[in-house]
Write a protein that binds this ligand. Structure first.
Ligand code: NAD
Length: 285
């Protein structure tokens, strides 16, 4: 029987620590502020934004809501980003993805001041990660590392396999595990004999987007299994891991829902508070 890694509980602890830091900053007259930009009316995106704003309220972060119509031009969005970059009261900027087709997500990400890049997607943030320098880490992989810490799972010396090479999850996940001294293999849709590669791993992170793809045949008995996947199916939201099949052989496993998902949002709060700390005048915060 595996330890079930409780993302809801660890996320609440992360938010609690962030709230504590917000109180310390308040004593110095600083209120962390996150600007949330939502373009268009995609219901899933609107619901993510609402949850993030609710988290802000709980932690004591001010959230500023910028809702733009789906017809917004690149110039209008650029102008908003420039204004938010220049506003000293705004510490973090989040542009909810995906953007409508006619807008270029890469240029938007690059336009955000790296000091306010609380999503950790800016090339400078990713460059700092590659170089092992301090900086904002992408929230989902950072959340996975936080969960491992909370459960005293030290990746040092482990053979870790990350499945999925996206820029928001798989690649930064592999780099964070490398930074934590794991021996990392990054797998993807062209990997040959994926099951055999995964079966060598002490730690498997699945970030694929395929419901229950990772079954018991991928997992070495006693391995730690982290399921990043969020797949909407007829039977509700399921992960990339077949939980019922894998849980009996893993040593620890994250459920879906209630695993990595809540951690992603909590790390956004932590990053925003860190941004406010860095922006506070010397001697404050
Ligand atoms: P993506 O589509 O950008 O990347 C998926 C990756 O999986 C690709 O690199 C691809 O090579 C790999 N892949 C696809 N099919 C494969 C196969 N058959 N075998 C091996 N590799 C395969 O997705 P993403 O944005 O990285 O998200 C991955 C999953 O994580 C999705 O389910 C997404 O909803 C979820 N997600 C969850 C959170 C969270 O907070 N928990 C955050 C972001 C993404």
């Amino acid at each position: 029987m595996a330890t079930i890694i409780d993302g809801v509980k660890v996320a609440a602890e992360v938010r609690g620590r962030a709230a504590e830091e917000v109180r310390e900053l308040a004593a110095h007259g600083v209120t962390p502020c996150l600007a949330v930009v939502l373009v268009g009316d995609d219901p899933a995106s609107a619901s993510y934004v609402r949850m993030k704003e609710r988290d802000c309220a709980e932690v004591g972060i001010e959230s500023r809501d910028h809702r733009l119509p789906a017809t917004t031009s690149q110039q209008e969005l650029d102008d908003l980003i420039d204004a938010l970059n220049a506003d000293p009261a705004v510490h973090g900027i989040l542009v909810q993805m995906p953007l409508p087709e006619h807008l270029d997500p890469e240029s938007v990400i690059e336009r955000i001041d790296p000091a306010k890049d609380v999503d950790g997607f800016h090339p400078e943030s990713l460059g700092h990660l590659v170089r092992g320098l301090p900086g904002f880490r992408a929230c989902t992989p950072a959340g996975v590392m936080e969960m491992l810490r909370a459960y005293d799972i030290d990746p040092s010396g482990m053979r870790a396999v990350v499945i999925g090479r996206s820029t928001i999850v798989g690649k930064p996940m592999a780099l964070l595990l490398l930074e934590a001294n794991a021996t990392v293999t990054l797998c993807h849709s062209r990997t040959k004999d994926l099951e055999a590669v995964c079966r060598e791993a002490d730690l498997v992170v699945a970030a694929i987007g395929r419901p229950k793809m990772v079954d018991a045949s991928y997992i070495k008995p006693g391995a730690v299994v982290i399921d990043v996947g969020i797949n909407r199916t007829d039977e509700g939201v399921v992960g990339d891991v077949d939980f019922a099949a894998v849980e009996p052989i893993a040593s620890a496993i994250t459920p879906v829902p209630g695993g990595v998902g809540p951690m992603t949002r909590a790390m956004l709060m932590a990053n925003t508070v860190a941004a406010a700390h860095s922006a506070a005048p010397r001697g404050q915060g």
